[in-house]
Design a protein around this ligand. Structure first.
Ligand code: PLP
Length: 461
């Protein structure tokens, strides 16, 4: 969050909002056009991360605005006890069809956290309806250094120590965690990908055994870890191996694609690149591209069949679930992604971005790792390139780099993350521009981030 040092003339009274950080000045945002954010004082900032990897078609898209407005004029709200809307049905049909028959139904909510809450409850309800012998399944296994949302259930599933710390006594205790698949920090010297995968799969298997395999509902993971680690994809074969462990014990695989899904990594679903299909999947950010708060859960045929043959009802409901304006926005955003062939652009521009970032920054003494997929790239910083030791947590290096980026000299928005968890996670920044980013913009991002990183560490020296 920008501190008072960020060079912009704040004009808004910011004293009534319970902001994320009450000691910060916030930049008054006036409008967005394409990939540019305009502040109220007229200053322009290039949005190099789509906010929190949300923006995917840029800002100010009139087609989406018209679709949302048309929906609001037709019917802005739908009480889903008795009604549905064409927008909700069409969006869910699009989502289910996009999985080539693997998913059975979709459930639309308003945020990634709500989607994760629903996913957890759906997994539990699946086992209750599968057979009375399965009602001991109340546990979840997730991974350390993970983030699955901020509400109590989602926070309990995740392993983000800082965000959990103050609320630990309130969080459900039926979650245990194993190591993430993070080759930069977790792979041993000389270990092959195959050996690393086998070690992680064994760790998961051991965890099932430790807690009692008959008590586990699901293993939960992000295919490409976003906010918690900074765009870390798993090594090849990892997801097949952990799914095999889940299958061995009859547990479900829940993949959280809130940040990495809906095209961000170059395929509509990140699992398409892993050779697995999850039993339950959550989606969010790039679903509606920021035009409305909209997220969702996709449930596989396996889960839906049990519900359809069982109670025929998911015991979960929000006042604003399936919100017509959210569905209309998401539908139009997804139509644009398809019509403008933006997934191909994510792949092409992603290749350009990764090559550019590596050429420009890989040798930098404070750059430890550059990794990602599609238009989802993370740069992890190290205090010492030889030992790869991270910076002290209190230095907030990732955040400070992003704040410097917002100043006039650079004018770029990148997304911060990091702070040590279990003592091994370093600071990172995320670069995740809109899916329609152009090659000249990618070149500008590489040059600007390069200057930003050079200048930031030169000042520290
Ligand atoms: N899951 C992942 C992987 C996320 O990155 C996030 C948010 O950053 C969430 C869940 C929670 O989503 P939301 O902030 O929309 O509640």
């Amino acid at each position: 969050m920008p501190k008072k040092s960020v060079d912009s003339k704040g004009s808004a009274d910011t004293s009534a909002v319970l902001h994320r950080d009450l000691s910060c000045d916030f930049l008054p945002l006036a409008e967005g056009k394409g990939n540019d954010l305009m502040l109220e004082d007229g200053r322009r900032i290039f949005d190099g991360s789509g906010g929190a990897a949300v923006g995917c078609i840029g800002w100010g898209n009139e087609r989406v605005a018209r679709a949302v407005s048309k929906q609001i004029m037709a019917i802005p709200y739908c009480s889903t006890i008795f009604y549905t809307t064409k927008a909700q049905e069409e969006l869910c049909r699009f989502l289910v069809d996009s999985t080539h028959g693997n998913m059975g139904r979709a459930y639309i909510v308003n945020s990634g956290s709500e989607a994760m809450e629903a996913a957890v409850k759906l997994a539990r309800q699946y086992f209750l309806e599968l057979s009375p012998s399965q009602n001991r399944r109340t546990r979840f296994i997730s991974r350390r250094q993970s983030y699955h949302g901020i509400t109590l259930g989602a926070l309990a599933v995740g392993g983000h120590e800082f965000r959990r710390a103050k609320f630990e006594p309130l969080l459900m205790k039926n979650v245990s965690r194993v190591s993430p698949c993070n080759s930069f920090r977790g792979k041993k010297a000389g270990e092959t990908d195959k050996e690393y995968v086998a070690r992680l799969a064994k760790e998961l298997d051991d965890e099932f055994q430790a807690v009692g395999p008959e008590t586990v509902c699901a293993f939960v993971a992000e295919p490409v870890v976003g906010a918690a680690l900074g765009c870390v994809p798993a090594v090849p074969g990892y997801f097949k191996a952990v799914q095999a462990v889940c299958r061995k014990y009859g547990a479900l695989l829940i993949l959280d694609e809130v940040m990495c899904g809906m095209g961000r990594t170059g395929t509509l679903h990140a699992w398409e690149q892993e050779g697995v299909v999850p039993d339950i999947q959550t989606i969010g950010k790039a679903l509606g591209g920021g035009y409305q708060p909209v997220a969702g859960v996709l449930a596989s045929r396996r889960v839906i069949d049990v519900l359809e043959k069982g109670s025929s009802a998911f015991v979960h409901g929000h006042t604003y679930q399936g919100h017509p304006a959210g569905c209309a926005a998401a539908l139009e955003v997804q139509r644009i992604i398809k019509e403008e062939k933006l997934l191909a652009n994510v792949q092409a521009m992603g290749a350009l971005l990764s090559k550019g970032l590596r050429e420009r920054l890989a040798a930098h003494p404070n750059v430890g790792d550059i990794r990602g997929r599609g238009l989802f790239w993370g740069i992890e910083f190290v205090a010492d390139k030889k030992t790869l030791s991270p910076f002290p947590v209190g230095d907030h290096v990732g955040l400070a780099i992003c704040e410097l980026g917002l100043t006039q000299k650079y004018g770029i928005n990148v997304y911060p993350g990091g702070g040590s968890v279990d003592g091994i996670q370093g600071d990172h920044i995320i670069i995740s521009p809109a899916f329609n980013v152009r090659s000249d913009e990618v070149e500008w991002i590489v040059d600007t981030v390069g200057r930003l990183v050079d200048d930031f560490f030169a000042k520290q020296a």
